[in-house]
Design a protein around this ligand. Structure first.
Ligand SMILES: [Zn+2]
Length: 65
């Protein structure tokens, strides 16, 4: 099964978090989840991003949040 590794877009380090696509392109990804990067301390979240949009931004197996 495909796993997308979540990385910080600022320092590009892995956040030890993965997302497994559900196969439902309209489902919302990480809705309501706030991720705080342990390196730059910035908190980020996705707002109403569908899985289709999310996968469109994936580079290789990485998503930069
Ligand atoms: Zn960071």
């Amino acid at each position: 099964m495909r796993k997308i590794n979540i990385h910080c877009r600022k320092d590009r380090k892995g956040l030890r978090m993965t997302y497994t696509p559900t196969g439902d392109s309209k489902s919302l990804v990480l809705q309501g989840v706030t991720i705080a990067c342990p390196y730059c301390k910035e908190a980020r979240s996705l707002h109403n991003m569908t899985e289709e949009e999310f996968l469109g931004k994936v580079v290789g197996d990485k998503f930069f949040i």
